[in-house]
Design a protein around this ligand. Structure first.
Ligand code: DAH
Length: 315
């Protein structure tokens, strides 16, 4: 086969042949013209074929079996990073696992029963409005707190009471509230719920459990403080504060509000099929975003849900 250069040269020379037509006797002109026309078409076709071949030769076959050869140029890829909340939620779950708790995940869509009824919120009680819940048009509720999982945790692990004498579960999850968003409030955030039931569970154990969690998370001993609170699903109910950890600039004088806790209300146990005359329980729940913001000095909660790469790449 002629090379591309040869073909192009021949095409150029053929141009000159056309000039000859005029010099030929009338009778020969037509067949001569036809001859060079068909030769020209053949050369053009050959050129196209050669060019196509050259083009496809540029596409190098990929050898999937040998990415690290001497001359191999591996494709550049950007590796992603874990979302800081994912990392911290895993860390939180690990701490509780080491303390003997099972970990189950919360739902992102729930219902009236789990959000309110099973938690001893009286029907039509104003406390139901206190949670600024979203609702779907079908009446489902994106959970406004991880306490929606208490009933599920209690019923699912009820047999542990006979088997092990206790239920010990924590439930990290994503929660949603229909409230105005600013640097410290998000409509979507994370909480972790804890539930413990045994024949002799006490409020002292409750406080020690949560205190121990925070001390492990921040890697130092911490003072704690409580004050009376109100939640329909606990009696008594407490709000729980920790001393601002040294690592976060604390000097033993600042307090951080970490969430709510208390002894599980007998009605909540009863609804879950556990006899409150035999068993007692404690429960606690608090935000995760805040914990992570404090740990890393993040000053705007909205970064978490923003999908901003500049933010995410820092972790
Ligand atoms: N669910 C409550 C909230 O989001 C926090 C809470 C309070 C959880 C008391 C509990 C509890 O488990 O016992 O405001």
């Amino acid at each position: 086969m002629s090379s591309l250069e040869e073909l192009k040269l021949e095409l150029k020379n053929l141009g000159r042949e056309y000039a000859k037509i005029k010099t030929l006797p009338e009778a020969e002109r037509k067949s001569f013209g036809e001859k060079i026309n068909s030769r020209k078409a053949a050369i053009l076709a050959a050129i196209r074929e050669q060019e196509e071949l050259a083009e496809s030769a540029d596409i190098k076959p990929i050898d999937l079996t040998a990415p690290f050869g001497e001359n191999a140029k591996p494709f550049k890829t950007a590796s992603g990073t874990k979302h800081p909340l994912a990392t911290e939620l895993a860390h939180v779950a690990d701490i509780y696992r080491q303390m003997g708790f099972s970990v189950i995940e919360a739902r992102q869509l729930d219902d009236e029963f789990h959000m309110f009824d099973s938690l001893n919120f009286p029907k039509e009680h104003p406390a139901r409005d206190g949670y600024d819940t979203f609702r779907t048009s079908e009446g489902f509720i994106p959970p406004a707190h991880t306490s929606t999982m208490q009933y599920r945790a209690l019923t699912r692990f009820r047999d542990h009471l006979d088997k092990y004498g206790q239920i010990a579960v924590v439930v990290p999850g994503r929660v949603f509230r229909n409230e105005d968003v600013d640097a410290t409030h998000e409509h979507t955030f994370y909480q972790c719920e804890g539930v413990f039931v045994s024949k002799d569970a006490t409020l002292g154990q409750m406080l020690a459990t949560w205190k121990n969690f925070f001390e492990t998370y921040y890697g130092q001993k911490l003072n704690i403080k409580t004050q009376p609170g109100f939640f329909p699903f606990t009696e008594p109910s407490l709000e729980f504060q920790i001393e601002k950890p040294k690592a976060l600039g604390g000097k033993g004088d600042g307090w951080l509000e970490m969430g709510g806790c208390g002894m599980i209300h007998p009605n909540v146990l009863k609804t879950a099929g556990i006899d409150p005359n035999i068993y007692k329980g404690f429960a606690w729940g608090g935000g995760i975003d805040r914990l992570v913001m404090l740990k890393y000095g993040i000053n705007d909660v909205r970064y978490f849900e923003s999908g901003k790469l500049e933010f995410l790449k820092e972790f």
